[in-house]
Design a protein around this ligand. Structure first.
Ligand code: IPM
Ligand code: MG
Length: 370
């Protein structure tokens, strides 16, 4: 028998441990009922790691992260660590994971569940049935570009610098993931930059166009300026299938897209590295929501985004589409049944705690697998 797949779970801070607790229950269920077994290790990342080790992620934890088949992350950060030095903040742990694991392709689906279409801030007809995928470049651009820093000028002023920089290979590899994703969906890719003001954007557009002509002419490709894309996302989001864009624009546009769905608490994400010779990719899965310190520890958090992140892991790291579909369907049925955590509560629905939401997902899984 093949060895179990290895998982590293990093619950993190705030509501991270609570939502991850519910995922652990789904993992246990899959172990018993579907014979999907993982060797699981759990460790600290973010503020909790700062409190214990003085750094947001230790070298030892990084070593484990490098060696496993997939990392599942809750969320990191919180007001408690706000004042501390930039490069040892909780977020620095997350950025180190992304950079050292070379997770250049960040998949952020924005999917509207029918039961939640009315929870969107947009008119229901604009978002009902929405299913778009934002593909964000995650290891380059202004997040990591050099030079960076804050310096003091001779006249006493201070000057803050960050650098937006992309190479052809960085653009090409993420565009390739975008075209491949489009082929498995509605076959349309929209590439987003600011080619009208930024050289890096102009290069982005040229590289994507060349790759399209050379290898992906069957996919419908369009280009859009990032500001227009923000506007189009709130005007007519269903025009999009897959959007591929850089690190910073992707950060912003994925937040915009998430709000279309009615709740940040529903959205999963996957971050993938380059494929090795055997086709295996390093990968990390995490909910898009943050640590929600205001409700942490109160059993109010919505565990569905993290449960859906686990489902993405089954789909993208382990090629278990059938089991991923099962989890997605269970989540959909729970929403259809009218159960809601506070973040997606609507009049006439039933308010559930984090654990009750987990219970309901497990009950649906039992039914679906029966
Ligand atoms: C995200 C977050 C992060 C980012 C922060 C927490 C560093 O906003 O994953 O979208 O800016 O990438
Ligand atoms: Mg963000």
């Amino acid at each position: 028998m093949a060895a179990n797949k290895k998982l590293l779970i990093l619950p993190g801070d705030g509501i991270g441990p609570e939502v991850m607790g519910e995922v652990r229950r789904v993992i246990d269920w899959a172990d018993k009922r579907r014979h999907i077994s993982f060797d699981i290790s759990e460790d600290l990342a973010g503020g909790c790691a700062i409190d214990t080790h003085g750094v947001p992620i230790t070298d030892k934890t990084m070593e484990t992260a490098m060696s496993v088949d997939a990392v599942l992350l809750g969320a990191v950060g919180g007001p408690k660590w706000d004042g501390i030095d930039f490069n040892i903040r909780p977020e620095a742990g997350l950025l180190r994971l992304r950079k050292d694991l070379e997770l250049f392709a960040n998949l952020r689906p924005a999917l509207v569940f029918n039961a939640l279409a009315e929870a969107s801030s947009l008119k229901t007809e604009l978002v009902a049935g929405l299913d778009i995928m934002i593909l964000r470049e995650l290891t380059g651009g202004v997040y990591f570009g050099e030079p960076r820093g804050i310096e003091t000028l001779p006249d006493g002023q201070r000057r803050g610098v960050n650098t937006q920089v992309y190479t052809t290979s960085e653009i090409e590899r993420v565009a390739r993931v975008g075209f491949d994703l489009a082929r498995k969906r509605d076959n349309r890719l929209c590439s987003v930059e600011k080619a009208n003001v930024m050289e890096s954007g102009l290069l982005w557009r040229e590289v994507v166009t060349e790759l399209h002509q050379a290898e992906y002419s069957d996919v419908e490709l369009s280009h859009m300026l990032a500001d227009n894309c923000g506007m189009q996302l709130v005007r007519n989001p269903k025009q999009f299938d897959v959007i591929v864009t850089d690190n910073l624009f992707g950060d912003m546009l994925s937040d915009v897209a998430s709000m279309l769905t009615g709740s940040l608490g529903m959205l999963p994400s996957a971050s993938l590295g380059p494929a090795d010779e055997s086709g295996r990719r390093r990968a990390m899965y995490e909910p898009v929501h943050g640590t929600a310190p205001d409700i942490a520890g109160q059993s109010k958090a919505n565990p569905l985004a993290t449960i859906l992140s686990y489902s993405m892991m089954l789909r993208y790291s382990f090629d278990m589409a059938e089991d991923a579909d099962l989890v997605d369907k269970a989540v959909e049925n729970v929403l259809d049944s009218g159960l809601r955590t506070g973040d997606i509560m609507q009049p006439g629905k039933t308010l559930a705690s984090t654990g009750q939401m987990g219970d309901a997902v497990l009950a649906e899984l039992d039914k679906l697998a029966a």
